[in-house]
Design a protein around this ligand. Sequence first.
Ligand SMILES: NC(=O)C1=CN([C@@H]2O[C@H](COP(=O)(O)OP(=O)(O)OC[C@H]3O[C@@H](n4cnc5c(N)ncnc54)[C@H](OP(=O)(O)O)[C@@H]3O)[C@@H](O)[C@H]2O)[C@@H](O)CC1
Ligand SMILES: Nc1ncnc2c1ncn2[C@@H]1O[C@H](COP(=O)(O)OP(=O)(O)OP(=O)(O)O)[C@@H](O)[C@H]1O
Ligand SMILES: [Mg+2]
Length: 376
Amino acid sequence: MLIRYGVSTGFASLGSVKNCMLASSAVFRRQQFLIRSLGGYSDHIEPRRMQDIRSMSGTTFEADAENVMREITPVLDPSKHKGQAGKIAVIGGCREYTGAPYFAAISALKIGADLSHVFCTKDAAPVIKSYSPELIVHPILEESYNISGLEDEERRCISSKILAEVDKWMERFDCLVVGPGLGRDPYLLECVSEIMKHARQSNVPIVIDGDGLFLVTNSIDLVSGYPLAVLTPNVNEYKRLVQKVLNCEVNDRDAPELLQSLAKQIGGVTILQKGKSDLISDGEIAKSVSIYGSPRRCGGQGDILSGSVAVFLSWARAKGKATTSQMNPTVLGCIAGSALLRKAASLAFKDKKRSTLTTDIIECLGRSLEDICPAC
Ligand SMILES: NC(=O)C1=CN([C@@H]2O[C@H](COP(=O)(O)OP(=O)(O)OC[C@H]3O[C@@H](n4cnc5c(N)ncnc54)[C@H](OP(=O)(O)O)[C@@H]3O)[C@@H](O)[C@H]2O)[C@@H](O)CC1
Ligand SMILES: Nc1ncnc2c1ncn2[C@@H]1O[C@H](COP(=O)(O)OP(=O)(O)OP(=O)(O)O)[C@@H](O)[C@H]1O
Ligand SMILES: [Mg+2]
């Protein structure tokens, strides 16, 4: 028997700035949100799903993260060749920040990607290389201070050389991570905008974090309507994004609804809102990951997350329709990346307590994944 559920299926209105400000009926909005979260596109809802919807009104959208990981993590098959488990590129690393791109890139390898590249500024490259021989580091990006005094034509020439260098590799990458330790130099960000446009033309997924979010918040067209874009904002980055796109303030009461409407408003990108619980939405469904992590808030954990999401998203895409959950691969990647980081942080904290650092968490990534998906 089908029950007529008297609400419109359209969630688009929630995405509008107007609705954000005129949030008059919390109950009505929650009903709409819950329907979408269950993947409901019809206005006919079966009784069991109605019950599900009611039971979810305590905002329990917890993802079955371990099953997601099991489903998308590839088996270690001797017939596979180098590269098939993932080729990731991090665009980040400048004079100030060398740790962040390293954390993202090395995390991708520790989880199981085969190759991890870093495209950074010339100053940052020797430092990042010295952290690890495993990373392939391209010293190609330029900041304004390095090209000051050059004519516009010469600057344009340098930009096109940078772009050509990244393009040589682009088609080979399974995912880009844009932003960890990128800095905010205007000339550098202009080049990175072009790199993102090329990635988009080549259908390469892009995880955007840190200063990449600063860039995207001010140039939302770079990601708008691109379903392979994943934004991973922390508290500050999320506030800035909401203010810019929805023209309203963040309010904890309707957090999942607001997130969902933000993702929808940016044309169906996936957003992983980091916090005490990580909330994930692609504008259609919303999930949370609340596995206990660590009370240590040392810098760099978001960088691990961006590298992890890139790997899991690549794996989820490679699985294609073979996953039973029917969820968007970008959402699956976010769920798995968030859960793994939290597990690793919890393991590291057990051992190191107050002295837990990001490098300790990275050392626990392998063991955390092994507990859920044994290699053999
Ligand atoms: N080792 C490295 O190389 C690392 C480099 N990194 C790179 O740095 C770049 C800038 O990224 P970001 O995260 O520092 O900038 P942003 O989000 O503006 O925060 C700035 C300030 O906001 C505050 N604040 C933060 N969280 C908050 C919260 N939950 N709730 C409340 N307040 C909060 C806090 O300020 P405070 O508490 O001091 O006032 C914080 O200091 C970017 O490229 C990134 O990748 C990092 O990845 C770390 C490791
Ligand atoms: N209050 C919290 N309690 C538990 N876990 C948290 C909390 N805040 C963040 N996290 C976890 O830490 C991860 C990184 O989030 P965080 O907000 O530190 O990112 P970030 O500020 O971008 O980090 P980074 O220092 O790398 O830039 C999140 O995925 C989340 O799982
Ligand atoms: Mg960050």
